[in-house]
Design a protein around this ligand. Structure first.
Ligand code: N01
Length: 550
């Protein structure tokens, strides 16, 4: 069935948005505000995006609830009350359900609809999007503009281990967790992966499982979250302070409402530094990395924080051999995405938890009874949990399989790695916008902050195109090359590209080109660049001739 006939100039919609998470919901709201017709295509049966799928035990946000939310509507800010310092997955999902209802968004969302491809018109002035859904066969939707709101961490990365199909137990990826939950009582559970997800899930699984075996490839730093209920007084204070909080976020490096200490970790004495780290450790959360300005820029400075955390691990974990295996030594603190936890390291003091180092003895195969390592050791398991992360940033876009006017697919265009202009647009793919695409700050920031900034920019751009009667926009390849170079320099000014196993570089997916994908130059600086590009009349973009002139 065809919505708007393929090949003619009639469009069913001004815009198709793919994804109904934080980004897609707000994009739809802004498109409506512009008086544009729009539909959101969503694979899931409900809204939420990441927070629809990631229902694993312990799933909760590492940003604090009072700012892991929209800022675009003052009434929404005041009427929603968070219950904990860090929101659990069901609470964030409930918040996004509330937003969808409050702004009457659902009537323009097609749920259970998977985008399987998208083809630009030969003249680059529209798109035909192909979907599959509940009905048999494919459907197509015609639109002028295609806007991806697919998130950065939505394409699950399940390791390609031989024998997985032979496993006699149950296996799960944390990002595709069964909605009905998984009861692990009395079972031997294996968890592969010690990133943010594994570090959240392991303590919770260990509370119920008969035995938990953690398969660790890279030891990780983690800061205690210090989660707890939000009191009425705290909620009232945040609500009263929102104007200032939002201002701090807008001026920040990473969209979080905290100011990074402008001292160097190396210009203070050891005891003063230790006291600062102790205070940050006690306060808990991602703010730890704001202790000194050069933690992500100078190896010696970083090492002071890294060693402080290693000391805490040595202190918490009773068995010295286990503690030693848990010490991260191949990368500095926060050069990979730093997890925060609730009793993660303490979990290794349980008799029913075993840590297995699969860096020195890699997983070789799944066998019916469990996991077999290269040494031949078999760990018997009833349940296998892959907390193995995602094909980050590029994976969700490549899955949409867009093709430009000349038929070149995104997979072909990005064979050597991604290239974008501002993370918002891709040369060769006119009238396509990518919310939080590669080479935008995205995963280095508090995501709702980046999402709102991108959506607002795209809405402003669409308004400009409409007001000038322009129906085609495309990133200029030269601007894209310059942006890539600026990204490389911004990343190289930090320690981030040196963490060899980082998913920021695509290192977690075998065969993925090694490119540092998020923009490391800072959120406020990035947003100012985007604003400047718009003010300059969209420098670096090729705008089609206005309709009247054409
Ligand atoms: O994934 P990861 P994640 N054999 O890629 C290991 C966000 N998030 O789902 O480091 C053995 O970080 C891999 O090892 P290595 C957040 O941005 C946000 O945990 O590649 N091990 C690593 O230990 C986060 O960073 C929240 O050597 C294998 C782990 O699996 C991002 O999601 C909460 C392996 C994967 O860690 C991804 O986190 C949770 C193999 N074949 C997550 N393959 C919020 O608060 C992979 N690993 C918003």
């Amino acid at each position: 069935m065809v919505d708007g006939e393929v090949g003619n100039r009639e469009f069913a919609f001004d815009a198709v948005v793919v994804g109904a998470g934080f980004a897609g919901l707000y994009m739809l709201h802004r498109l409506r505000g512009l008086g544009m017709s729009a539909v959101v295509l969503e694979q899931a049966a409900g809204v939420g995006g990441t927070w629809y799928w990631n229902r694993y035990p312990g799933a909760r946000c590492d940003s604090e609830s009072y700012y892991y939310c929209y800022s675009f509507d003052r009434e929404l800010e005041q009427e929603w009350t968070w219950t904990e310092r860090y929101p659990r997955q069901p609470e964030i999902k409930a918040y996004l359900d509330h937003v969808a209802d409050r702004f009457d968004l659902r009537r323009d969302i097609r749920f259970s609809t998977t985008v399987t491809g998208a083809r630009a018109d030969a003249d680059g002035r529209g798109w035909t999007v192909t979907t599959t859904g509940a009905e048999a066969g494919e459907r197509t939707v015609r639109c002028r503009f295609l806007i991806t709101a697919v998130g950065c961490l939505s394409a699950a990365n399940v390791p390609d281990l031989p024998g997985l199909e032979s496993f006699a137990g149950r296996w799960f990826h944390t990002g595709q967790w069964p909605h009905e939950g998984v009861d692990v009582a009395g079972r031997r559970v294996g968890v592969v992966g010690t990133g943010s997800t594994g570090i959240q899930a392991i303590p919770v699984l260990a509370e119920t499982a008969a035995h938990t075996t953690v398969f660790q490839r890279t030891a990780n730093y983690s800061i205690p979250a210090r989660n707890g209920p939000l009191s009425d007084a705290e909620s009232r204070r945040y609500k009263a302070d929102y104007p200032q909080i939002r201002e701090v976020q807008a001026q920040s490096t990473n969209g979080h409402p905290f100011v990074i200490n402008q001292q160097s970790a190396l210009e203070v004495g050891a005891s003063e530094r230790d006291a600062a780290y102790r205070a940050a450790w006690e306060r808990g959360g991602l703010r730890f990395r704001a202790a000194y300005r050069d933690l992500l820029a100078d190896e010696a400075a970083n090492e002071t924080a890294s060693e402080f955390i290693r000391d805490r691990i040595r202190e918490i974990v009773r068995d010295p051999a286990t503690a030693e295996r848990l010490l991260p030594r191949d990368h500095g603190f926060a050069t990979k995405r730093p997890p925060i936890d609730t009793h993660y390291f303490e979990t290794y003091n349980r008799d029913d938890v075993t840590l297995v180092d699969v860096r020195s003895d890699p997983i070789e195969a799944v066998v019916p009874e469990g996991l077999r390592l290269r040494s031949g050791t078999v760990h018997p398991l009833d349940d296998l949990v892959f907390a193995t992360g995602f094909d980050a940033l590029t994976g969700p876009l490549l899955r949409l399989d867009p093709a430009g006017p000349d038929g070149t697919t995104l997979g072909e265009a990005w064979r050597e790695g991604p290239r974008t202009y501002l993370g918002l647009a891709i040369s060769g793919f006119p009238n396509l916008f990518t919310i939080t695409g590669p080479f935008s700050p995205s995963v280095l920031t508090n995501m709702p902050s980046s999402i709102e900034q991108h959506v607002d920019w795209i809405a402003g751009c669409l308004e400009h195109l409409r007001d000038t009667g322009t129906d085609r926009i495309e990133a200029d390849p030269a601007a894209e090359r310059e942006w890539a170079e600026h990204n490389r320099q911004a990343a190289d000014a930090t320690l981030l590209p040196r963490a060899a196993t980082s998913w920021y570089l695509g290192a977690n997916v075998p065969g993925k080109p090694s490119v540092f994908m998020p923009y490391a130059g800072g959120f406020a600086r990035y947003a100012a660049t985007c604003t400047d590009v718009a003010r300059s009349g969209y420098r670096g973009f090729r705008l089609g001739a206005p309709r009247a002139a054409a």
